[in-house]
Structure formats: C-alpha cells, structure tokens
Design a protein around this ligand. Structure first.
Ligand code: C2E
Ligand code: MG
Ligand code: MG
Ligand code: MG
Length: 291
C-alpha cells in the first residue's frame, strides 16, 4: 500500500484502514465530525496484580463509535489522527475523560490506577505538562494513580526534551510507563535517565513464552532488570494460564490480557471489578460508574 509514496491518499494506509475507509480524506473528514460529535468512548482493560491476585489498574483504550461503520479500533484511525495533528484534540479528550472517570472511582474508594496512552505528537506538543497539571487539579486526582504510557520510540524522538518533560511530570507525581517495551531501540544508557515507574513488556514476547526458550529468556531478563532498577512491570497480551504461571513464577508484578478481560465499556468494567474483588476492597454500584 505504500506504492504511491507521493500520494497522500495512499501512503499512510495499512490493511486495517483499507477495510474500513477508502480514502485518507474520508477518515479526516469523519474524524473532525467525531471530535465535535462526541463519537469517542474509552473502554477499560483491567490490570491484574499477579502476586496478590487482585485487579489494581485499568488501561483506557479509545474506541470510535462511527455512526455508519460501527465501533472502530485505534488501529484504523490513530495513525491518521497523528499525521494530521488531530491527535492533539483527541488526546486531550482522552486524558480528560480518563481523569473524570478516575475521580469517580476515587470517590467510590475504588483503588485502581488509570493508564492512559499518550502519542508522540501529543507528548511533544508543548502543553502536556500544563494539561496534566490542570486535569489532576480539576478532578482532584491522586497523582500517583495516573500513569501515562509512552513508547520507547516516542521518547527517543528528542531525548533531551523528553527527559526534561518526564522529570517535570514525575515531579507532579504522575507515573510514567514505557509501553510495548522491548520493541524499540532505546539503550539502557538512555532509559536510566528517565524517571520511569513502570515497563510494559510487549505482547510479542508474551505470545511466544510457551513455544520459545529465547522469549522466556528475554522476559526473565526484563523482569530481573526491572527488579534491579526498582521499576514495576506489566506483561501485556497474557492469553493463557501457562503464560500467567510462567510470569508469576518469574516474579512479574502485573499482567493484562484476554485471559482476564479485553477492554470493556465502563459499566461492564464496574461489574467485572465487583464480581472479582472482595466486597471489602471494592464496593461500587454499576450505575454510579459512569463519568
Ligand atoms: P497498547 O497501548 O499497547 O494497548 C494494548 C493493545 O493490545 C490494545 O489494543 C488491547 O486491546 C490489546 N490487547 C490487550 N490484551 C490483549 C491480548 O491478550 N491479546 C491481544 N491480541 N491483544 C490484546 P487496542 O485497544 O486496539 O489499541 C491498540 C493501540 O492503539 C494501543 O496499544 C495504543 O498504542 C493505541 N491507543 C489505544 N487507545 C489510545 C488512546 O487513547 N490514545 C492514543 N494515543 N493511543 C491509543
Ligand atoms: Mg498502552
Ligand atoms: Mg501504546
Ligand atoms: Mg502496548
């Protein structure tokens, strides 16, 4: 699909996009409409604490309720949103919606951390610090319950700027997680300069745990490294009890994946947590769950 390199209509297209839209212009037009028309929704995927067998977090994952095409996944539109700059508005909406929801959970004494994906463009937009400050103030968020997820590759775009911004955010008290860890090209030399509170091991390594000794070695090495650096660790894409057993025995802190639940709507998330947590740790009514 990258054949016509100079043609804007084709260069950003991947298969997922082509299945849903015919032109980039169509996505752009629909995205503008979506931003104005409140067509976005956050779904939440639970994060499991492997040592205590409790759900301790949620990752907010954006969905687009397209009026004609149904529910669209970020794979179909985030890239275009990033290319056109619309990601800044979408990203602001995501952060605010997540903070509103987190405020509601904290109000209900639900002790769950909120993970929010931040795109490269938003990260380098120049106002992320102010935005996060504003939102945690407005919604009275305990800063350490908000965790921003950024990929290695994003951080490596402009290292000096990224290091500064991460330190500012860390001073606010919010957590910083490296998403898709292991797939980027950052060296340890750079990584240790970032005040990172968490690594998320990419799904590709977890997927191969049962079949590949090499993947098991890599995962073990990441676990050992996180332990040495005193950084918390989440395994992404856990789908089988076999993978879970390996991770638990290896001392991985947290897991996230279809084994527990896919990302679900906020009401379903409330029910899910209620059903899985003892009534003493969490007690909430589903209807009081919507921001
Ligand atoms: P991510 O941050 O690495 O999120 C994890 C992705 O893996 C999600 O896909 C999730 O649904 C999927 N996943 C979770 N568990 C499993 C599993 O066990 N098996 C498999 N096969 N997949 C699993 P999703 O929701 O389609 O999101 C894809 C990517 O889009 C995310 O990757 C993230 O980079 C980006 N994204 C999602 N929401 C946002 C957002 O609000 N803002 C920005 N900037 N990016 C977002
Ligand atoms: Mg993520
Ligand atoms: Mg991500
Ligand atoms: Mg990831």
């Amino acid at each position: 699909y990258a054949k016509k390199k100079n043609d804007n209509n084709y260069q950003f297209f991947n298969e997922a996009l082509l299945e849903t839209f015919t032109t980039k212009a169509e996505i752009e037009r629909d995205l503008q409409h979506a931003i104005r028309g409140r067509e976005f929704e956050l779904y939440y995927q639970p994060l499991m604490d492997l040592q205590h067998h409790q759900y301790i977090g949620a990752e907010a994952l954006i969905r687009w309720n397209h009026p004609k095409k149904g529910v669209l996944y970020p794979g179909t539109f985030i890239e275009i949103a990033e290319q056109t700059g619309m990601i800044n508005q979408i990203g602001e909406w995501v952060l605010e919606a997540a903070c509103k929801q987190l405020n509601l959970w904290q109000h209900k004494n639900v002790n769950i951390t909120m993970h929010v994906n931040v795109s490269a463009r938003q990260f380098f937009s120049g106002n992320l610090y102010e935005l996060v400050w504003l939102l945690i103030t407005r919604y009275r968020i305990k800063p350490n319950t908000l965790i921003l997820e950024i990929t290695e590759t994003e951080l490596m775009g402009d290292i000096r700027y990224a290091i500064n911004l991460c330190h500012e955010l860390a001073e606010l008290g919010v957590g910083l997680a490296i998403d898709d860890f292991g797939t980027g090209y950052s060296s340890m030399k750079y990584l240790k300069q970032f005040p990172i509170s968490k690594l998320k091991i990419d799904r590709s390594f977890i997927m191969d745990i049962s079949s590949s000794r090499e993947s098991r070695e890599i995962v073990s090495a990441i676990i050992a490294m996180a332990k040495a650096l005193n950084i918390s660790l989440t395994a992404e894409g856990v789908e089988t009890t076999e993978q879970e057993a390996f991770l638990t025995l290896s001392g991985c802190h947290q897991a996230q994946g279809f084994l527990y639940s896919p990302a679900i709507r906020v009401n379903d998330f409330g029910l899910f947590i209620n059903n899985h947590q003892s009534a003493t740790t969490v007690n909430m009514q589903p209807e009081s769950f919507i921001a």
